[in-house]
Design a binder for this molecule. Structure first.
Ligand code: PMP
Length: 433
């Protein structure tokens, strides 16, 4: 079938509810590039939404998965342990942001892991409600749909959703014109929208601490705007959790596992989560997610109350072990910081250039989780995105704030980054012209 016929077939037979950026039909991928049927090669600055973090078809990951396929594909976890599952835990243990995080279980998707974290928090605290952040994205399953607050389309017409979910503002200082003090300390004292005050008020007005099991937060807000919280904010959330016997759950599905230049984003803030959620990049494209917490919490759950047919699949676990090895061998975090600085400087140069500065409201992010927020109201982000697409580059926006998000592979080469920067800069210039 020709490319256009294939695309037409897709439009006809694939459910419309799955929105998509383009009707290209991908055939192969290698490193930072994907190739569509017909031969169009595109620079992938989406990494399949932060998943193929070591590039498409990383040779060591492919080799590990191929070897595992020949050994054991499905070692169902409610029946027995399997070797890659345990070896993966051994590999992950030293990477954890706090030594209390020592007990794991694995699922397939980020949403399942978020739901598992909520189940654990409810069971461990014997409380029901959860607090999430406005702008957060936690998934599209029934539980996570109620927790997702980045865009109404995710919940519209699907009610009734899971009850007992309350939302507070995420600290986005630039948008609401509140800034941190010059010494970097937390400072919202004179603002009625102070996110810490809002959290404290929520616990007084809407969900009592005695009913609240967890505060679930994306350490760096992802789909809802790519916003790192200001220094000090997460310490305050931790204090509130400690004071009220509430568990702090860090959703690092998107911002975790090297994306921000540290293994986990929460390391930038030195705060201990009670439960950490990971997914996406951990297996470089094989479906794998997981939660980690401390043993005394995890062991409260009754045997058999957790599990699932495919969770912690052996091939996905083998791939994840290879990913973790590659992180060390290929000094991935160093690359994230070096390439991240190159991209950030280019975006800041566009922000400061009189020809383009009127279009750009903010440049922000950590490592290779970067965002360029455009001046509101003109649709600049989607125009730049479309120009990049014309120039064979895949790029995503965030759900609100007219923002472009940059999530290239963490091992992107200097040359590919230079190519990406050239395309982005040209696209910004053309939209400004
Ligand atoms: N949490 C966050 C922070 C995410 O970014 C996502 C996916 N974009 C999810 C949860 C849900 O993951 P999945 O799509 O694998 O269910």
């Amino acid at each position: 079938m020709s490319l256009s016929k294939l695309a037409q077939f897709g439009v006809k037979h694939v459910a419309k509810g799955i929105g998509r950026l383009s009707t290209e039909v991908l055939e192969s991928g290698s490193g930072s590039y994907v190739t569509a049927v017909g031969g169009r090669k595109m620079l992938d600055f989406t990494s399949g939404i932060g998943v193929t973090n070591l590039g498409h078809c990383h040779p060591a990951v492919t080799k590990a998965a191929q070897a595992q396929v020949g050994k054991l594909v499905h070692g169902q976890v409610n029946i027995a342990f399997h070797q890659p599952y345990l070896e993966l835990i051994q590999t992950l243990l030293p990477l954890m942001p706090h030594k209390s995080l020592d007990t794991f279980f694995f699922w397939n998707s980020g949403s399942e892991a978020v739901e598992a974290a909520v189940k654990l928090a409810r069971h461990a605290t014997k409380k029901q409600n959860v607090i999430v952040m406005q702008g957060s994205y936690h998934g599209r399953t029934f539980g996570t749909m109620a927790m997702t607050r980045s865009k109404t389309v995710y919940g519209e017409n699907y009610a009734p959703l899971m009850p007992g979910v309350f939302a507070v503002p995420f600290p986005y200082c630039k948008q609401c014109s509140i800034s941190t003090h010059s010494d970097g300390k937390y400072g919202f004292e004179n603002c009625c929208m102070d996110p810490v005050l809002q959290l404290e008020l929520l616990l007084k007005r809407e969900t009592a601490p005695s009913d609240t099991a967890a505060i679930v937060i994306e350490t760096v807000l992802g789909e809802g705007g790519y916003v790192p919280p200001p220094p000090g904010y997460l310490d305050k959330v931790r204090e509130i959790c400690d004071k009220n016997n509430i568990l702090l759950v860090a959703d690092e599905v998107q911002c975790g596992y090297g994306r921000t230049g540290k293994m986990f984003a929460i390391e930038h803030y030195g705060v201990r989560p009670d439960i950490l959620i990971m997914a996406k990049g951990i297996a470089n494209g094989f479906p794998l997610s997981g939660i980690v917490s401390r043993k005394e919490l995890m062991d409260l759950q009754k045997p058999g109350s957790m599990g699932g047919t495919y969770g912690g699949n052996a091939v996905a676990c083998a791939a994840a072990i290879a990913v973790a090895k590659a992180f060390e061998e290929e000094k991935i975090l160093e690359n994230v910081n070096a390439r991240g600085e190159e991209l950030r400087s280019a975006l800041e140069a566009a922000r400061d250039d009189p020809k383009t500065s009127k279009m750009i409201f903010d440049v922000r992010g950590l490592g290779l989780m970067l965002a360029l927020e455009c001046t509101p109201g003109k649709g600049y982000a989607s125009k730049i995105q479309a120009k990049c697409m014309e120039k064979d580059m895949l790029l995503l926006t965030t759900s609100i704030y007219d923002t472009l998000r940059f999530i290239p592979p963490l091992n992107i080469t200097k040359e590919d980054m230079a190519r990406g920067i050239q395309i982005i800069t040209e696209a910004i210039d053309e939209v400004a012209a």
